[in-house]
Write a protein of this length. Structure first.
Length: 477
């Protein structure tokens, strides 16, 4: 069993792939063996998380997820704990594995009770209501058990998935359990790491329940970028040139943030071409930045971050930028301009040089002609659709940032937290991506590595220090 941390990459499998692997594992191990392993793994983790727990409330649903909970109850009972099981199944409709576990739990003398637990007296609660079979919004007794788990003062350990969380999308379309820990079984599911997954699953643990067998993955939980040692004999030209095109009147700060981020992330030279023709120089704290008028940029040898605070004015520059930029990050207002203009959409599709689009969910919705709700309902699918439509690497921002490109399984970024929910952090990310592109990374690597580094800065940010976008930009290195 492993705790899932951002220190390495992990393969992710959706519900169809997991069902395929489950069928093969059951065929290899024999009936009921996997459920016994699942229950034992759950009980062991419960003991590790709450070694002194006495009262353990286990809410078991009508399917095999409930069967896992019944197995766990039996072990906890053997180990001297006092599990109480609320079981919501119907003996007439029970799958064979869950029926076998029900019989074992009863034989072990586990206490079954329909009474809701005394919430304050529980030391641990286990969510074994629904896993992969979560089919529709919970109502009635199921919804009441979800509410009880969420009201419990005791930590909640969810088996396989927090009840109500969709394995493939990270969304919940009804009541859902908010767990402190989730033990994912057989596979790690993408929904644990994006959308609502991070909030509902808490700390994720993984037990494969079997050795060796696998099926093709649907996505990856990204690992850390490789360390980039600088050759002693390198010079600023070795790390490439970034230009930031943006900063319309009143929004110069966004361009400065992206430029400062690119500079601190290691770009050799950073130019800023502000669309604000005024003369106010906000760059007093970064004299390294070189200010140019937009027509002066030699786009064909620059990694361009375009959009940052660009306002509607950026649209006029996009035909040239799309045609010429050696590498390109399109962010914010540049994405909105593309969404509003089919000519720019064609130019983006025809573009052959490396390109990364960095939409947040609303920008993604505009590009897809859908809504933020539709994008968030399936973030992986939305990112894939955008990548296919524009033939580019897409980095869909938000909790569990998704990176994808045509023909490649998406990566979910494991780092970052809600301290990044402050104005300008997206501009900083665009600057990071541009710096990676300028240094010679592929568009895919630049997007994955920049997202990881950006989130990791937030994850290690000192508790008492405000996380602002400008401080974030300067913290790169
Ligand atoms: N087999 C094995 O050896 C292993 C199995 N494993 C475990 O099995 C889990 C998958 O089991 P599963 O397929 O039985 O699905 P599960 O999540 O228990 O739910 C299905 C039941 O819930 C019901 N139901 C659904 N929604 C509902 C609602 N809103 N309100 C009310 N009822 C609702 C649904 O009813 P139905 O839709 O059929 O009417 C059905 O009865 C997996 O996540 C893992 O924990 C692993 O440990 C590996 C070993
Ligand atoms: N709750 C969160 N968890 C993880 N990352 C977050 C969260 N909220 C915001 N972020 C990150 O912060 C950045 C915000 O970007 P964006 O929405 O474009 O902001 P802005 O336009 O103000 O710069 C993105 O990289 C996003 O992924
Ligand atoms: K569950």
């Amino acid at each position: 069993m492993h705790p899932i941390t951002p220190e390495r990459a992990w393969a992710l499998h959706g519900s169809a792939a997991t069902r395929q692997l489950e069928a093969r594992a059951i065929a290899a191990a024999g009936p009921h063996v996997l459920m016994q392993r699942a229950g034992l793994a759950t009980a062991r983790l419960a003991l590790a998380l709450a070694p002194h727990a006495r009262q353990v409330w286990i809410a078991c649903g009508p399917g095999n997820n409930g069967g896992d909970g019944l197995e766990a109850a039996m072990h906890l009972q053997h180990w001297g704990k006092r599990p109480r099981v609320r079981w919501l199944g119907d003996e007439q409709r029970l799958a064979p594995d869950a029926a076998a576990s029900l019989a074992r739990a009863r034989a072990a003398g586990v206490l079954f009770t329909d009474a809701m637990p005394e919430l304050q007296s529980q030391d641990l609660a286990i969510d074994a209501l629904l896993g992969l079979g979560n089919a529709r919004a919970a109502t009635g007794d199921l919804a009441a058990c979800i509410a009880a788990l969420n009201a419990s003062a005791a930590p909640v350990l969810a088996i396989d998935l927090p009840t109500g969380l969709a394995a493939d999308t990270g969304q919940a379309h009804g009541p859902a359990v908010r767990a402190r820990h989730t033990l994912s079984l057989l596979t790690l599911k993408p929904g644990l790491f994006t959308g609502m997954g991070r909030d509902l699953a808490g700390q994720v643990w993984f037990d494969a329940l079997q050795d060796g067998d696998t099926v093709p993955s649907d996505a990856t939980l990204a690992g850390p970028p490789p360390a980039r040692a600088r050759a002693h004999a390198s010079h600023k030209g070795s790390y490439g040139d970034v230009a930031v095109l943006g900063g319309a009147p009143g929004m110069r700060g966004a361009a400065v943030l992206a430029a400062s981020a690119a500079l601190h992330a290691g770009a050799g030279r950073v130019y800023v071409a502000a669309l604000d023709a005024g003369t106010v120089d906000l760059a007093a704290d970064a004299p390294e930045l070189m200010w140019r008028a937009p027509p002066e940029l030699a786009l064909a040898r620059l990694a361009v971050a375009c959009g940052c605070g660009g306002g509607p004015q950026v649209a006029a520059w996009l035909p040239r930028v799309l045609a010429e930029a050696a590498q390109l990050v399109l962010d914010a207002d540049a994405l909105n301009a593309v969404a509003a203009d089919t000519g720019l959409q064609d130019a983006l599709r025809w573009r052959a040089q490396p390109t990364v689009l960095t939409p947040h969910p609303l920008e993604a919705a505009r590009l897809l002609g859908s809504s933020t709700t539709a994008v968030q309902a399936d973030r992986l699918a939305a990112a894939r659709a955008l990548a296919a439509r524009f033939g580019a690497v897409v980095l869909l921002k938000g909790s569990g940032t998704v990176v994808t490109e045509p023909g490649r399984a998406p990566a979910i970024n494991p780092t970052g937290n809600a301290r990044l929910a402050t104005a300008g952090t997206g501009d900083v990310l665009a600057g990071f991506v541009a710096a990676h592109l300028a240094a010679g990374s592929t568009a895919w690597e630049a997007a994955c590595h920049a997202a990881y580094a950006h989130g990791a800065l937030a994850d290690t940010w000192p508790a008492g220090r405000a996380l602002t976008a400008s401080a974030l930009a300067r913290a790169a290195a």
